[in-house]
Write a protein that binds this ligand. Structure first.
Ligand SMILES: Nc1ncnc2c1ncn2[C@@H]1O[C@H](COP(=O)(O)OP(=O)(O)O)[C@@H](O)[C@H]1O
Ligand SMILES: [Mg+2]
Length: 120
């Protein structure tokens, strides 16, 4: 695809750091990328086996400064503590690239973010 390298790096850094931050140790984070050539779309999924997101939080998830519960983050050296901006920034970057983001989550089972971006 054609895109802004720094912004796309930021987008996936935000999704991956959330997956790590909200998954207890021993869990799994999986990334898959699929090129749907016939649709002209790239599909990238970031899946984790973490704490999940309650259904009532999903509508606000991409709002600036929104955090489900500040006590949920796993304390981790080297990661910034949450500001509630990561997903708002991710969404802005995706929209600037004419893409879309979806989330599918089950509390205590895990979360899957799916990003669709136009490919060449
Ligand atoms: N992979 C995930 N698993 C569980 N909860 C998540 C995940 N990603 C985001 N969240 C929830 O969505 C909120 C917003 O995410 P984000 O904008 O990145 O803010 P934060 O700075 O809190 O990480 C987080 O506070 C967290 O509660
Ligand atoms: Mg975050």
């Amino acid at each position: 695809m054609l895109g802004d390298r720094d912004q796309l790096t930021r987008l996936f850094t935000n999704l991956l750091s959330n997956a790590v931050q909200y998954t207890p140790s021993g869990g799994k984070v999986q990334v898959t990328a699929t090129h749907h050539k016939h649709l002209g779309q790239l599909e990238i999924q970031v899946q984790d086996t973490g704490i999940g997101i309650p259904a009532e939080a999903i509508p606000n998830l991409f709002d600036r400064f929104y955090r489900v519960d500040s006590a949920r983050s796993r304390k981790q050296a080297g990661t910034t503590s949450g500001s509630g901006l990561g997903l708002a920034i991710a969404k802005t970057i995706i929209e600037a690239h004419q893409g879309e983001i979806q989330v599918d989550s089950t509390p205590n089972q895990g979360t899957c973010f799916t990003v669709m971006l136009p490919s060449l």
